[in-house]
Design a protein around this ligand. Structure first.
Ligand code: ADP
Length: 469
């Protein structure tokens, strides 16, 4: 796996005085936690098995004393586990790790001593039973100590030294030689298995840590990106506000100027000035709306209004514009459409004006048709489908989805030829979403476009009264 560099890889100040980077330290910390978490089980087994050896298999006084020593060590290790757990997260990881390794080694030495005590006098059967128990103990410790090979070595080597040593020292039968030999082979196999298991544990801890760091890095980066976007839209809002106020003054003054005595040339210049000012105001309002939507500050009204009136208001100015280009603009309302609904007429008007204005802008000849039809009528609400169809330049199919994203236009020359910011459709799409609807387009290049959107409105009798949920 390629190394992942993150802020966590760098050496970080830690509670430990040992030279390690923060990643190594974190791995060691998790391994140490694993060791201590599993320590109870191992200690319980030690007490029981040592008791079986000292009281059942070879019940001599020396073995009983050995059992007491073993229990004392277990007690000491349990105290250590309690203290470790009480230390919470604020502990010197290397120190605790070393303590655990020393504890495990002492435990291995104690077992080795127990076996030596038996090995001096016990008959072969007891000796073999003891060896079998030692092998079992070591195999059991393999999983518990997998996260710390040094602890496993400290535990298993003294045990096997004792088993092999006793077998070689007694060397009374072929079986004892065989025991010496197999215990060496077994130790070797156990050490290999421990190393392999440790590698696996290490890898999985490393992977999970890297995954955690990646997620933390991603979260941090996305927070930074979010705050940059917020700052950007705040800047857009502020500047648009700042420009809009003097712009309104310019337009107001231009209107007053229009009421004074002007010659024809002056009137023409004034007209151009007013048109440019109005276009600029439309752009400023778009930017303001967009940033308000982005920051979630845009609220939808709930008022009673007539659809036909809203539609006429939306298109009245554009009918003149269309007529000036020789285009026919017609409106069709399906007879089943409930005309009085509850919603936000201002926002509906905004979507319609945007779509119809685009249709007028991008159509050179032919007609523009606006339709409303009900999709779903229920007792308390209606879902309407709006269509704005034109016979204009059309949109390439690969762009039909993308044009609803902010600042997107079909091609760079659009701005030059038709002007615009590429914000209109993105605002429409968000407004339609807020009206629980969706917007889409079907288009054929050179043949025209059909923009559709749906929107839900409450019906008057069921409109929520102020104060109700
Ligand atoms: P603007 O019109 O301000 O550039 P819009 O978001 O309203 O921004 O539209 C984005 C782009 O979608 C336009 O620049 C144009 O390329 C394309 N488009 C929108 N409406 C039409 C239409 N009726 N016919 C052809 N192209 C259109």
């Amino acid at each position: 796996m390629a190394p992942i560099s993150s802020s966590h890889d760098k050496a970080a100040p830690s509670k430990s005085a040992y030279p390690m980077n923060s990643l190594e330290l974190e791995i060691l910390k998790l391994k140490t936690q694993l060791l201590f978490r599993q320590a109870w089980l191992g200690q319980a087994v030690i007490v029981v098995n040592a008791g079986v050896l000292a009281f059942v298999v070879w019940p001599t006084t020396a073995m009983k004393i050995w059992w007491v020593v073993t229990c004392a060590l277990v007690f000491g290790r349990m105290v250590m586990v309690r203290r470790f757990n009480a230390a919470g997260q604020d502990y010197d990881v290397v120190l605790w790790c070393r303590r655990f390794i020393v504890g495990a080694t002492l435990s291995g030495v104690t077992w080795g001593m127990g076996y030596l005590l038996m090995g001096c006098d016990a008959p072969e059967a007891e000796l073999f039973f003891g060896a079998m128990m030692m092998a079992g103990m070591v195999a059991g410790a393999l999983a518990i100590l997998a996260s710390m090979p040094a602890a496993f070595r400290g535990y298993s080597i003294p045990v096997f030294l004792a088993v092999t040593g006793v077998a070689v020292f007694r060397a009374e039968s072929r079986l004892e030689w065989a025991l010496a030999f197999t215990s060496v082979v077994f130790l070797f196999a156990m050490l290999r298995a421990a190393a392999y298991l440790h590698e696996t544990v290490h890898e999985s801890i490393l992977m999970s840590l890297k995954q955690r760091y990646l997620i933390e890095d991603l979260e941090r980066t996305s927070k930074e990106a979010e705050s940059a976007v917020r700052a950007k839209s705040q800047f857009l809002t502020n500047t648009s506000h700042e420009i809009r106020t003097p712009m309104n003054a310019v337009l107001g003054m231009a209107q007053l100027l229009g009421e004074t005595k002007l010659d024809e040339t002056q009137k023409r210049y004034l007209g151009i000035l007013q048109d440019a000012g109005k276009s600029l105001l439309v752009i400023l309002n778009d930017i303001l709306d967009y940033s308000r939507i982005e920051s979630g500050k845009l609220r939808m009204e709930k008022t009673l209004f007539r659809l036909d009136e809203t539609l006429t208001e939306s298109t009245s100015a554009l009918v003149v514009e269309a007529a000036a280009k020789g285009l026919m603009l017609s409106i069709h309302i399906h007879p089943d459409t409930p005309l009085t609904v509850v919603g936000d007429p201002g926002r509906l008007r905004q979507v319609l004006i945007n779509l119809v204005a685009n249709a007028v802008k991008f159509t050179a000849a032919g007609s523009i048709r606006v339709e409303i039809a009900p999709l779903l009528v229920e007792a308390d609400m209606v879902e309407l489908k709006f269509t704005v169809a034109d016979t204009g330049i059309g949109i390439p199919s690969e762009m039909c989805q993308i044009i609803f994203e902010a600042f997107t236009q079909v091609d760079q020359s659009t701005t030059r030829n038709y002007s615009g910011t590429g914000l209109g459709l993105s605002i429409c799409s968000r407004l339609v979403e807020m009206m629980q609807g969706k917007i889409w387009v079907e288009s054929k290049l050179g043949r025209g476009s059909r923009f559709y959107f749906t929107a839900r409105f409450a019906l008057p009798d069921y409109a929520p009264t102020p104060g109700s949920a």
